[in-house]
Design a protein around this ligand. Structure first.
Ligand code: COA
Length: 206
């Protein structure tokens, strides 16, 4: 199975008519780092105790287990991993740099819940190679906050941390892809991201 990403609705319709499966319709977004005013506290998020951020220093299975609650049945991205085994495979590939370029350790982070030392969220940023539609650089490959901690401003703080770390690292732009209908797009827009293209992500045999 291979993945085709095309912005051409005619090509997408032809592929689907020939038996390929539409996995998702998504919007690629970008922000120019220098266009964002970055207050000092963004580098040191004031997370509610006992939460803290660490490097991506846990095995993929710990991240995968935490992710399942954030992408429940009915979520627009639930199909990315329907079981713990699929989620482990997904995060192993991301952490190993096999999804969208190598992980940028200095920008990525895990959210850790202190008393149990469990993963409660992830900010996984990779160095996406340049392409015709992208000049190359940091790519928000995966972001989630466990449901018990959602709605408390933590996702926003993780994104602010990403932008501040990218500014510190001298990166010019950050990109991401958000599935059509995911309310997270509002958050990305609030932080300066804008759509640059829309793509059909299609699974094709062979
Ligand atoms: C997206 C996500 C990381 C946001 O984290 P969070 O900690 O819940 O978000 P925050 O509390 O920082 O919310 C920030 C803003 O986004 C809005 N928001 C977040 N999630 C929302 C949702 N599901 N529906 C509507 N608005 C939402 C909030 O209203 C808030 O806006 P405000 O600051 O103007 O009030 C989290 O909801 C999540 O893990 N979702 C499931 C996984 C996912 O979809 N990840 C993104 C993949 S592209």
């Amino acid at each position: 199975m291979s993945l085709v990403r095309t912005g051409d609705p005619v090509e997408a319709a032809e592929l689907i008519a020939s038996g390929a499966r539409l996995q998702r319709y998504a919007h690629d977004m970008q922000v120019a780092v220098r266009s964002v005013t970055i207050p000092g506290p963004w580098l040191h998020p004031g997370l509610p105790s006992p939460l803290r951020v660490t490097a991506v220093d846990r095995p993929a299975v710990d991240v995968a287990r935490a992710s399942l609650g954030a992408y429940p049945a009915g979520h627009v991205d639930a199909a990315q991993a329907a079981s713990l085994a699929e989620a482990v495979a997904l995060y192993e590939r991301i952490i190993a740099g096999q999804t969208a370029g190598p992980l940028i350790d200095a920008v990525s982070a895990l959210l850790i819940d202190g008393p149990t030392e469990t993963v409660a969220g992830a900010l996984l940023v990779t160095a996406m190679p340049a392409a015709a539609w992208w000049d190359g650089g940091p790519w928000l490959c995966n972001l989630f906050v466990a449901p018990t901690h959602q709605g408390a401003g933590i996702g926003r703080q993780l994104l602010q941390l990403m932008i501040a770390r990218c500014a510190e690292g001298g990166y010019e732009r950050i990109g991401l892809s958000v599935t059509d209908g995911n309310p997270a797009e509002h958050l990305y827009r609030a932080l300066g991201f804008a759509r640059c293209r829309s793509v059909f992500v299609i699974e094709k045999a062979g």
